[in-house]
Design a protein around this ligand. Structure first.
Ligand SMILES: [Zn+2]
Length: 361
C-alpha cells in the first residue's frame, strides 16, 4: 500500500468535524506547496534567461512557448527537434518531488560541510537521497567558470592522493581491500610517489582563476599536463612551478615564460609557490571532513573545493549562499543516480594492485 492509499484508508475512520479540519489543512498545505514550487521556477526562469536561451535537448535557438503545467511552469517546444522542455529540464530539480525550501535547505547544509547523516535529519530527506543530491550538485559545480583562461603570473604545483576504494563493500567475497593489506611493520611496497597515488594539478593566476584537476597516476607526464590545460592558459604568461622537467615542454607549448623554483628552495628572486602551497594545505584539510573520498569521485570533490574558493574570492559573504543556490539549481546536471557507484575509475587501479580484479567480480 502506498502513502496515499494509507491516507484514504485513514480518512474513512474520522468523523465529519475532523473531516472539515482536514480539508482546511490540505487546502492550506497545497497552496503553500504550489507557492514554493513557483518560487523555484521563477528563480530558474530568471537565471536561465540571463544566459542565451536554447533548446535543452539540441541547443537550437528556435523554440516557442507551449503552454504551462498545473504548477504554472512555462513549457516550450523546439522547432528543430520537436521535443518539449521546461525551465527545470536538465537541472538537478527536474522530476523532483521535493519543493523549493527542501532544496534550499539541502544546499545550505551541504555547502556548510555537514555530513550526509546530519543533512538527512536536518532537511528531512533520506541519507541515500542526500547522497544522490550531493552528487548532482557536485556535477553542476564542475562546470563553474571553466571558460576563463588563466593569464599573467600562473603558479602551478601538483599534489598527490592515495588511491581510495571507498564505497566498495568489504565482505566474505572481498575480505581485504588493498588499503587494508598494509599492516603496521610491513615495509611500504613502494617509496615516494608511485602508481598507488593519483596526481592533482592545482594552478592559480594573479586574478584568482583556478584549476583543480586530477591529471594522472603517479608522476605526471607531459601529456597529463597537456590534457588538463588545453584551452585553459592564455599565451604570454609566466608559469611559476617546481623543478619538474615536464613544465619546460608545457610552458613552451603555451608560449609562456617559465620560472622554476629549484627543489629545496621556497623562492627564486621575487617568485614563490606560497599561495599554492597554502591552497594544497587547505585542500587536504577540507577533504578531512569526508573521511576519505573514492578516487572514482575525486574530481567532483576537487571541483566543489574550487567552487568554494571562487565564492570566497568573488562573492561578498552575505551573498554567497544565494549565489551557490542559484547556480546549483539552474545549471545542467546529467547525473543518473543508479550509475553513481558504477562510475569507472579515472586511472588504472590494476596497475598497483594486479590481484584487485577478483574484488570487483
Ligand atoms: Zn531542440
Amino acid at each position: 500500500m502506498n502513502n496515499l492509499e494509507m491516507i484514504y484508508e485513514l480518512v474513512n475512520t474520522i468523523c465529519a468535524d475532523e473531516m472539515g479540519e482536514l480539508k482546511d489543512y490540505v487546502s492550506k498545505k497545497s497552496a503553500s506547496e504550489i507557492k514554493a514550487t513557483n518560487a523555484m521556477h521563477r528563480i530558474l526562469y530568471r537565471e536561465r534567461t540571463h544566459q542565451a536561451s536554447h533548446c535543452q535537448h539540441c541547443g537550437s535557438l528556435a523554440f516557442v512557448r507551449n503552454g504551462k503545467t498545473k504548477t504554472m511552469r512555462q513549457k516550450y517546444v523546439c522547432k528543430d527537434c520537436h521535443k518539449s522542455f521546461s525551465d527545470t529540464t536538465k537541472s538537478i530539480v527536474q522530476s523532483t518531488k521535493k519543493n523549493y525550501q527542501v532544496w534550499h535547505r539541502f544546499i545550505e547544509e551541504m555547502m556548510s560541510g555537514q555530513s550526509l547523516r546530519t543533512i538527512s535529519s536536518k532537511v528531512g530527506i533520506s541519507v541515500t537521497t542526500a547522497f544522490h543530491w550531493r552528487h548532482k550538485a557536485m556535477e553542476v559545480m564542475t562546470q563553474y567558470q571553466t571558460n576563463e583562461r588563466l593569464s599573467g603570473e600562473i603558479q602551478m604545483d601538483e599534489t598527490y592522493f592515495l588511491l581510495n576504494f571507498k564505497g566498495i563493500k568489504k565482505n566474505s567475497k572481498n575480505p581485504l581491500m588493498p588499503r587494508k593489506a598494509k599492516k603496521r611493520g610491513t615495509p611500504a611496497i613502494k617509496r615516494g610517489i608511485s602508481n598507488e597515488h593519483v596526481c592533482v594539478l592545482v594552478a592559480m593566476d594573479e586574478s584568482d582563476q583556478m584549476i583543480t584537476k586530477l591529471i594522472g597516476q603517479g608522476n605526471p607526464l607531459i601529456q597529463d599536463f597537456d590534457k588538463a590545460l588545453v584551452n585553459r592558459i592564455k599565451p604570454n604568461g609566466t608559469m611559476v612551478t617546481d623543478s619538474k622537467s615536464a613544465y619546460q615542454e608545457v610552458s613552451k607549448k603555451y608560449k609562456c615564460s617559465l620560472i622554476q623554483i629549484p627543489s629545496g628552495f621556497h623562492t627564486l628572486d621575487t617568485y614563490n609557490l606560497g599561495t599554492l602551497n597554502g591552497i594544497h594545505g587547505e585542500m587536504k584539510q577540507w577533504f578531512q571532513k569526508f573521511k576519505g573520498v573514492s578516487t572514482r569521485h575525486l574530481q567532483k570533490y576537487l571541483s566543489w573545493f574550487r567552487f568554494e574558493k571562487y565564492l570566497k574570492y568573488q562573492i561578498e559573504p552575505e551573498y554567497r549562499q544565494k549565489h551557490s543556490f542559484r547556480y546549483i539549481v539552474s545549471n545542467e546536471s546529467s547525473v543518473i543516480v543508479n550509475t553513481i557507484s558504477k562510475k569507472p575509475f579515472p586511472v588504472d587501479i590494476y596497475k598497483p594492485y594486479p590481484t584487485l580484479n577478483q574484488y570487483f567480480a
